[in-house]
Design a protein around this ligand. Structure first.
Ligand SMILES: [Zn+2]
Length: 291
């Protein structure tokens, strides 16, 4: 088991990422809570032993009725995981914990579960893979010290500024591609979406990326036959944030989804957008993605 763990560590080292002890311990955590799922055979040995006893318990009873067993594999696994996470957090700094929260958010592991396909454009390049894994484990993936050529702010070694910078057009292009994707889905559903609809609140403001008039038509009748009540229109506002960016770091430190939730609320509150829409009979719905 020690040899297996050592080989696994060696495999990670072969990627070129310089994993320190903390990063390696994070890699051994389950993907769902921010690790890479490279579970240690040594750590899992006890759970595997208990699990094997559970699997053969019925046969043991058949051979010898008094056979009994007092353990629970699931409880032991949960306890061991809790101990592992606690040990990691004890050794980690505040920024490491913040990063773990960001990696533990729903769908944050999607990129790790992609089936490589050139046709579906899900084939990660080596650089894509190293950026993804390195960023997840807090490894230095950029040459820091220089200034961003778009906004002039300092480039950090963790690569967070390039993922957060709003200058240069990448963030806008990503936003627009996501908006267009949603617009396409709405159009295919015959919802007659209107992109960047003008004049919903006043002549200068466009609080929505996709406007759906008569959105309650999605539900033409309630089970009792009556028409659904509520806003007659839906305003979808697309936003993309980096949970580890300077503007969202404090929120992410509180919890895995706090940055997304807080930014959605910030958009609702901005210039009273949500309340103004409500007065106009429009449900304002910010859709915030974390990258
Ligand atoms: Zn910049």
């Amino acid at each position: 088991m020690v040899a297996f763990d050592s080989a696994l560590h060696g495999f990670c080292a072969s990627t070129g990422l310089a994993l320190d002890r903390l990063a390696w311990q994070q890699a051994q955590l389950p993907v769902a809570i921010g690790g890479l799922g490279l579970r240690s055979a040594v750590d899992l040995a006890d759970v595997a032993y208990i699990g094997s006893r559970v699997m053969v318990l019925d046969r043991c009873h058949a051979l010898w009725t008094p056979a009994a067993w007092e353990g629970s594999a699931a409880a032991t696994a949960s306890l061991l995981l809790a101990v592992h996470v606690l040990a990691w957090k004890t050794a980690a700094g505040t920024d490491d914990i913040c990063r773990l929260h960001a990696c533990a958010a729903d769908s944050a592991d999607t990129v790790l579960n992609l089936v490589p396909s050139r046709i579906l454009n899900t084939n990660l390049s080596k650089d894509d893979f190293l950026t993804c894994v390195g960023g997840r484990l807090g490894v230095d993936i950029c040459i820091g010290g220089g200034a961003c050529r778009f906004c002039g702010l300092a480039i950090d070694v963790k690569g967070r500024h390039p993922q957060s910078c709003m200058a240069g057009g990448d963030a806008v292009a990503l936003h627009n591609s996501l908006r267009d994707l949603l617009h396409g889905y709405c159009a295919r559903a015959q919802l007659r979406p209107q992109a960047e609809a003008p004049g919903l609140l006043d002549a200068r403001r466009r609080p929505t990326d996709i406007f759906l008039r008569g959105a309650t038509g999605l539900l033409p009748a309630l089970p009792d036959g009556s028409r659904p009540a509520g806003p007659s229109a839906l305003a979808l506002d697309v936003a993309i944030i980096n949970a580890l960016g300077a503007s969202h770091w404090d929120d992410t430190l509180r919890g895995a989804h706090d940055a997304v939730t807080a930014y959605a609320q910030r958009k609702r509150d901005h210039l009273g957008t949500a309340s103004s829409c409500q007065q106009a009979g429009i449900l304002y719905l910010p859709l915030v993605w974390d990258i």
